[in-house]
Design a protein around this ligand. Structure first.
Ligand code: LIP
Length: 269
């Protein structure tokens, strides 16, 4: 007898894979591109058609659930289950045909993410997790190693805002961070970054300003693989601020990020 959480994991995985196949096939046919919050914040008609396809599949299976989609799909449900959907996370990569993009579907029960899947078709990787039941990539269990690397050997992912003023401060923060870690990777899709920490392809990832759809599935996958998850200041994740890393790196990274913020505030603008 499968539990609700197991059923939601299986359904989110099946639909995420189908959504990824849809997006990849639509890409080959050509697509239109628009902008949202700024000239660099892209959305394509494949984002929209993929979200519509995902919503249709969800409501066919579970007609009374709630929905929150990045491209506007939102409805209240009556079951306590809410689906949090990013139809294409990493839209800029999708447009430029870089592989770092994914379909991300998280599932909440009473406001807590309990299942989710991230399908990365160009990387041939499908991640999934259920609360208390671990995380997998292509069916193989994910578990962070017992020991963390030294901070100076940590490969750290991050991302940047679409707002140019915010990007300036984020770049200034790297002046402090970059000399103290192995290197930085800016993949361009939070869901891929979060799953990369779960899979050991990154030792840490931090970013601010994420939407709930960027974070829902990948955050659970990283936590179920044993990663530390918090805001940049080490507190509970809030307002789209996230630090995900090997637990042995968390205190040092919180301090390094705090020092970076102080150095920006203390520097002449
Ligand atoms: C992306 C995020 C990424 C961030 C990008 C962009 P989108 O989401 O997943 O972490 O750095 O700027 O916001 O807009 O491609 O769905």
């Amino acid at each position: 007898m499968t539990t609700l959480t197991q059923q939601l994991r299986e359904l989110s995985t099946t639909i995420a894979v189908a959504g990824a196949e849809h997006a990849l096939s639509q890409r080959r046919l050509g697509f239109g591109v628009d902008t949202k919050s700024s000239m660099t914040d892209l959305v394509t008609d494949v984002d929209r058609s993929t979200e519509a396809m995902i919503v249709s599949r969800i409501l066919t299976a579970r007609p009374d659930d709630g929905l929150l989609g990045e491209e506007g799909g939102e409805r209240a449900g009556t079951t306590g289950v809410r689906w949090v959907i990013d139809p294409i996370d990493g839209t800029t990569n999708f447009v430029y045909d870089h592989p770092g993009w994914a379909v991300s579907i998280g599932v909440e029960v009473d406001g807590v993410v309990v299942a989710g899947a991230v399908a990365c078709p160009s990387l041939s990787m499908t991640y999934s997790a259920a609360a208390g039941e671990g995380a997998t990539c292509n069916g193989a269990a994910l578990q962070l190693p017992d020991t963390a690397p030294p901070l100076a050997h940590a490969l750290v992912g991050t991302g940047f805002s679409y707002d140019s003023h915010t990007r300036r401060r984020q770049a200034q923060r790297l002046v402090t961070v970059l000399p103290n870690v192995r290197d930085i990777r800016r993949v361009g899709a939070a869901a891929v970054d979060l799953c990369s920490v779960a899979a050991g392809r990154l030792d840490a990832y931090f970013e601010e300003g994420l939407g709930p759809w960027d974070l829902a599935a990948g955050g659970l996958i990283a936590a179920e693989a044993g990663a530390h998850t918090s805001s940049l200041d080490g507190g509970p994740i809030a307002d789209g601020s996230v630090l995900v890393c090997h637990p042995g790196l968390a205190a040092e990274l919180v301090e390094l990020l705090a020092r970076a913020a102080r150095e920006i505030d203390d520097s002449p603008s």
